[in-house]
Design a protein around this ligand. Structure first.
Ligand code: NOJ
Length: 568
C-alpha cells in the first residue's frame, strides 16, 4: 500500500530535482513581474523553541544559524523570527525593552550579523517581528514617560485620569484579562495597555513616536532584514475621546464581559500610518506582513490599501479559522482571498493558535490530514507562511497543571483557557531526549510523539509528513502554474472534495483534495478552462491506490491529495 505513494513521490521528486537548485527554488520564474515575496515560502520560527546552541534550554540565534541547511532543503525562502529583542519576557518577547538589540538569551547583534550573512548565503531572507503597538514598561521611553507628567516622553504612551478615584478612564478590557488601564500611583494617572500590564500601548498620534518607530525599521533594514511582520497592527490607534465600548452578551474565557472593540480596534487612522510605513519599506524592497485579524473580506481588502500601498501580505486568519475539513467553507474563504485584489497570504498555524495537526486531525488519520492541509494551502495562489514543526506533524502539548503554565493568558484563564504554551514547544529534531532541541531541560516540554515525529526519523521515512512537505515545496518552487497560475475552482458543489486548477499560460495543474473519511469518486471536465486532455499525469499523490489519471474517473482514498498535470 505505502509503496504506491513512494513511487509517485519519487517520480515527482525526480522531475523537481533534475533542475539546478536555484531554478528548482523558483528563480527562473521570478523574471515575471512578481515581487520576491510572492514566490517565497515563509516560515515562522519561535526563537525560544527552535534550536538551543548553548545548552540553557532556550533556543537562540546560533541555533537558528545551525539549521539553515535544513530550512533550505525543506524549501523555505524567508524566515520570520518571532521577537528576539531585549525583553523582560512577560509575553515572551512581545514586550520589547530595546528595539535595536538582541536579548542576551538569544545572542547578540554580532550573532545576528552572522545569521544574516549565512542566511543570505542560503538565499533565505529574514523577516523580523515588529511589535509596534506597545513596548515593555522597561523600555527607556516608558521609564521616562512614567517618571513625571511633564517628562519628555510622557505623551509617547496613553495616560489619562480615572473617571473617579479608583475608576479607570473607560470600560475597555485587556486581551489578557481585566481592565485595559493600569493605575500608576507615582503620577496619579492610568496608562493604557491592550495586552498585559507589562505591555503599555504607544501613542501613535504623537509624530515623535512615528519617527522613532520608523527609524527602528531602518535600523534593521540596514542590517539586511527583508521586511517585518507587524504585530497587533489592528490596534495601533484608540479613540482620543475614549468612548466606552459596547458590551455584548456573555463572558470570555478569561471571565471578562464580551465586548465589541469599537473604539480601540481597526480605527481608520491605522491605514494612514500603514501607507507611511510602507513607503519606508519600499525604499528597501522590503515586505510588510500583517497580523491582521479581519472578520470579512472588506476589512482584509482594506489592509492591502486602495492602491496596494499598505501591507503587501496581510495574513488571512479567516482561512485558518475554518477549523474543520470543509470544502465549502474553504472554497468561500479562498474566493474571498482571491477577490480582494491583493496577493493572498495563507496560514494554517502560528504561535497563538492550537497547532493545525490538532485542529484538523481526527485522532486516527492525523498524518494524512496534515498532508492534506499542506496539499491545499501550499498549492493555492498566494504566499504561504508555515509554522515551525508543522512540516513534521508536531502536535500541541498543553500544560495539565496550572503551576506549569508559562503563558500569561493561560495563567489568567486557567482552566478554561490553557494559554499558548502547547503550540510553542521545542522543535523536534530527533528521537533523543528533549527531541535533540537542547542538552538541558527545555523551557517547555516536548510531547511524547517526538519519538516518531522528528526531523531525523522522518527523513528516513519516504511516507512521512516531512517528506511530503519537501516534495510539495520542491514542486511548488519549480512549477510556474503553482507559483503564479490563476486559481480556478472546480466541482464547486462537491461537499467532500475540494478541487481546483492552477492555470498559467498553456500549463495546468489540477489539485484534488479528499477532505472526507471515505473514498470519493470525482469527474473533471476542464475543456471550458481550455484543457482538452482527458488524462492527467500525477505529480504527487497520497491516494493509495493512486488515481489512474483518467479525468472522468478519479478515485481518491480518504483524506488524500492528488496533484496532476493536465495539458491542452
Ligand atoms: C500578537 C502576538 O502574536 C501574540 O503572541 C502577542 O501576545 C500579542 N500580539 C501581543 O504582542
Amino acid at each position: 500500500m505505502r509503496q504506491n505513494f513512494r513511487v509517485l513521490t519519487l517520480l515527482a521528486v525526480s522531475v523537481c530535482f533534475a533542475l539546478p537548485r536555484a531554478q528548482a527554488q523558483g528563480r527562473a520564474v521570478d523574471a515575471e513581474s512578481h515581487a520576491w515575496w510572492q514566490h517565497a515560502v515563509f516560515y515562522e520560527l519561535y526563537p525560544r523553541s527552535f534550536a538551543d546552541s548553548n545548552g540553557d534550554g532556550i533556543g537562540d540565534l546560533k541555533g537558528i544559524d545551525s539549521k539553515l541547511d535544513y530550512l533550505k532543503d525543506l524549501g523555505v525562502d524567508a524566515i520570520w523570527i518571532s521577537p528576539c529583542y531585549p525583553s523582560p519576557q512577560v509575553d515572551f518577547g512581545y514586550d520589547v525593552s530595546d528595539y535595536e538589540n538582541i536579548d542576551p538569551m538569544y545572542g547578540s547583534l554580532k550573532d545576528f550579523r552572522h545569521l544574516a550573512k549565512d542566511a543570505k548565503k542560503h538565499d533565505i531572507r529574514i523577516i523580523m517581528d515588529f511589535v509596534l503597538n506597545h513596548t515593555s514598561p522597561q523600555h527607556k521611553w516608558f521609564l521616562d514617560s512614567a517618571s513625571s507628567r511633564t517628562s519628555r516622553h510622557r505623551d509617547w504612551y496613553i495616560w489619562r485620569d480615572g473617571k473617579a478615584p479608583g475608576v479607570p478612564p473607560n470600560n475597555w478590557i485587556s486581551g489578557f484579562g481585566g481592565s485595559a488601564w493600569q493605575f500608576d500611583p507615582k503620577t496619579g494617572q492610568y496608562y493604557y495597555h491592550f495586552f498585559a500590564v507589562g505591555q503599555p500601548d504607544l501613542n501613535w498620534r504623537n509624530p515623535a513616536v512615528e519617527k522613532a518607530m520608523f527609524d527602528v525599521t531602518r535600523f534593521w533594514y540596514k542590517r539586511g532584514v527583508s521586511g517585518f511582520r507587524l504585530d497587533a497592527v489592528d490596534l495601533l490607534f484608540e479613540d482620543p475621546n475614549l468612548h466606552d465600548n459596547p458590551i455584548l452578551d456573555g463572558k470570555n474565557d478569561l471571565g471578562d464581559p464580551n465586548m465589541e472593540n469599537k473604539y480601540n480596534d481597526k480605527l481608520p487612522e491605522v491605514h494612514t500610518e500603514l501607507k507611511k510605513l510602507r513607503k519606508v519599506a519600499d525604499e528597501h524592497n522590503a515586505v510588510l506582513v500583517g497580523e491582521t485579524y479581519t472578520s470579512n473580506r472588506e476589512e482584509l481588502k482594506e489592509y492591502y490599501g486602495d492602491h496596494n500601498d499598505e501591507i503587501q501580505m496581510p495574513m488571512d486568519f479567516m482561512f485558518c479559522e475554518v477549523n474543520k475539513l470543509s470544502p465549502p467553507d474553504f472554497r468561500t474563504q479562498i474566493a474571498n482571498a482571491e477577490s480582494t485584489g491583493g496577493w493572498p497570504v495563507y496560514v494554517i498555524g502560528n504561535h497563538d493558535m492550537t497547532r493545525s495537526y490538532n485542529r484538523y486531525g481526527d485522532g486516527q488519520h492525523n498524518d494524512q490530514i496534515a498532508k492534506l492541509m499542506a496539499g491545499m494551502y501550499l498549492t493555492l495562489r498566494g504566499t504561504p507562511i508555515m509554522y515551525y514543526g508543522e512540516e513534521l506533524g508536531m502536535e500541541n502539548n498543553d500544560p495539565t497543571r496550572k503551576e506549569d503554565v508559562k503563558d500569561p493568558i493561560g495563567i489568567a484563564g486557567w482552566p478554561n483557557e490553557k494559554g499558548r504554551d502547547g503550540e510553542r514547544t521545542p522543535m523536534q529534531w530527533n528521537d533523543s531526549p528533549n527531541a535533540g532541541f537542547s542538552t538541558a531541560t527545555p523551557w517547555l516540554p516536548v510531547p511524547a510523539s517526538y519519538k516518531t515525529h522528528n526531523v531525523a526519523t522522518e527523513l528516513q521515512d519516504p511516507d512521512s509528513v516531512l517528506q511530503f512537505y519537501r516534495h510539495l515545496l520542491a514542486l511548488r518552487h519549480h512549477e510556474p502554474a503553482l507559483l503564479e497560475g490563476d486559481y480556478i475552482a472546480l466541482n464547486q458543489d462537491n461537499p467532500n472534495v475540494l478541487s481546483y486548477l492552477r492555470r498559467y499560460k498553456n500549463e495546468g495543474i489540477l489539485v484534488v483534495l479528499n477532505m472526507s473519511a471515505t473514498t470519493q469518486h470525482v469527474t473533471f471536465d476542464i475543456s471550458a478552462q481550455g484543457f482538452a486532455s482527458v488524462k492527467a499525469t500525477a505529480l504527487l499523490t497520497t491516494s493509495v491506490p493512486a488515481p489512474s489519471g483518467q479525468l472522468d474517473q478519479v478515485a481518491l482514498a480518504p483524506f488524500s491529495v492528488y496533484i496532476a498535470r493536465v495539458s491542452q
